[in-house]
Design a protein around this ligand. Sequence first.
Ligand code: UDP
Length: 501
Amino acid sequence: MTSQPPVSYETVTAPPVRRPPEMSAITEVEVSPLDPARFREALGDAFVHYEEGLAQASGLFDERAVWHVNSTARGGGVAELLQSLLAYARGAGVDARWIVIGGNPEFFEITKRIHNRLHGADGDGGELGDEAREIYERTLAASTEELVARVRPGDIVFLHDPQTAGMAAALRERGTIVVWRCHVGLDVPNDVARSAWDFLRPYVEPADAFVFSRRSFVWDGIDEDRTWLVAPSIDAFSPKNQELPDTAVRAILRTIGLGDGEEPTAAGRFTRVDGTPGRVDRAAELHQDGLIPTDATLITQVSRWDSLKDPIGVLRGFTSALADRPEAHLLLAGPSVAAVADDPEGAGVLADVIAERERLPAEERARVHLACLPMDDIQENAAMVNAIQRRSDIVVQKSFAEGFGLTVAEAMWKSRPVVASARGGIQDQITDRESGLLVQDPTDLEEFGAILAELVADPGMRERIGAAAHDRVRDEFLGSRHLLQYEQLLADLLELSEREA
Ligand code: UDP
C-alpha cells in the first residue's frame, strides 16, 4: 500500500466533498455512517469483543471530535482506509471527521520526495534543505491556521503521513491530542530514509503518539513510549471484497472477456458502497489466445504494471515450473494503462510483459492471459478484481518490495492460498506454510516456481492454506481490529492527558 501513490485507482468511492468557502485551505470530506453491526457475521464469536469496544468508544469520545487529516480524498490506500474506517466510527457514534489539506505543486514535489526517501529511494534526487523547509512550512501554515480554528481543546487529531506532519505543534498548542500516523517505511533503513526522518523529526516531535504499520518502519531515536504499531486493514464489505455468488463471479469473468462459464443466470451484480446495485458491464483489454477453461487451475497476480511487482518474473517462473501441467493457466491483471496517465512506468512495463508473452511457444502462450481492467467506474473495477481473485485457485504477489500488500490481504480474505515475497508487511500477513506461502528470495525463480508446482499438484493443501488465510485476515486485518486498536490508543492517551492535567 502506498500513501502517495503514483496511480489513483485504489479508492473504491469518490466521497462527496463538502465545498469549502472560496480560498479555503482545508476541505472537509463528508463520511456517511456505516452500521458496525455489519461485522457480526464476518467476526462470528469475536463480534462480542468488538461490540464491547465500540460501546466504550462512544462513552470515551462523548464531547470530543476525532479528526483525521491527510492530503487526498481519493486515490491511494490511505484514502481508501479512511473512507471505510471513519464510516464505521461514525456508525458507532463517534464524531469522526475527515479533513483534506490543500497544497501546490512545489509542496507536493517536496512531500513526494520525502515519501520516496522514506521508502529508501532517491526519487527526483532533489534536496531536503532550508529551501524545502521553507516551502513545506509556508504551504502548511494556511491549512494549520484554519484547522486550529475548527478544533476544540480536548479533540483528537490524527495527522497522516509526511504531508500533514508539520501541523502537529500548532494543534498541540491548541490543546488537542495529536497522533502522527506514518504509513510508509522500509525493511532495512538506509541513509536516504534517514535523511527524510531528519527532515520530519522536528515536526512530528510534539505529537502525543506516533503510529507505524510495523516494527521495522519505526525510526531510530524516536520515543518508544509514544510509539504504537497498527497494521492496515481491508474493508470486507466493499465491492473489492464483498461476498459474490459463483454465478456473479462467472458472469463477471465472462463480461471481462476471460471466462468461458456457461451463460450465467444472474448478471454480474455487486453492491455499491452506498448500498445500491451495481453491475459489471465493460470488457477488459486482453492479450490471450483463448478463454480460461472452466476447469483450469488458475494462478493470478493482480497489480499495477510496475517492475517492483515483477510480472515478468511471475511469467517466467510459471512457464518454467509448470510446463508439464497443461491444466495450469496464468492471469496477470492490472489497471488499464490508458486510465493511469500519472503512472508513466505502467505502459512500458505492460509492453514488456506483452512482448515476453509473445515470445512463448504457442502451447505455453495459450496458458498465459493478460488483462487490463477498465477504470472508468472505480467500483466496477473493484468488482472485477473481486471476481478474478475469487475465480483464482492460487494468488501470487511476487513483489520486490511491499509496505503492506493490500492484494495479499484481499485474496486471503477470499480463502485463496497466496504465494508472496517475504518482503515488508507481507511477512506480517502470511505465516509461512500456514496461512500462505512465502518466497524467501523473490529474485529466485526456481524457489517461486517450485512453490507454485507444489500447490498446483495439491488441491488439499490449497484448501487448507486458503481456510487459514481467511481466518487470519478475519482476526488481524479487518477494519474491526483496526478500530479497536485506535480506540485503545486513544483511551490510553486520554488517561495520560487526564493524569497530566
Ligand atoms: N487494484 C485495483 N484495480 C486494478 C489493479 C489493482 O483496484 O486493476 C488494487 C488492488 O486490488 C489493491 C491495490 O490496487 O487494492 C494495490 O495495493 P497494494 O498494496 O497491493 O499495492 P500498491 O499498488 O499500493 O503498491
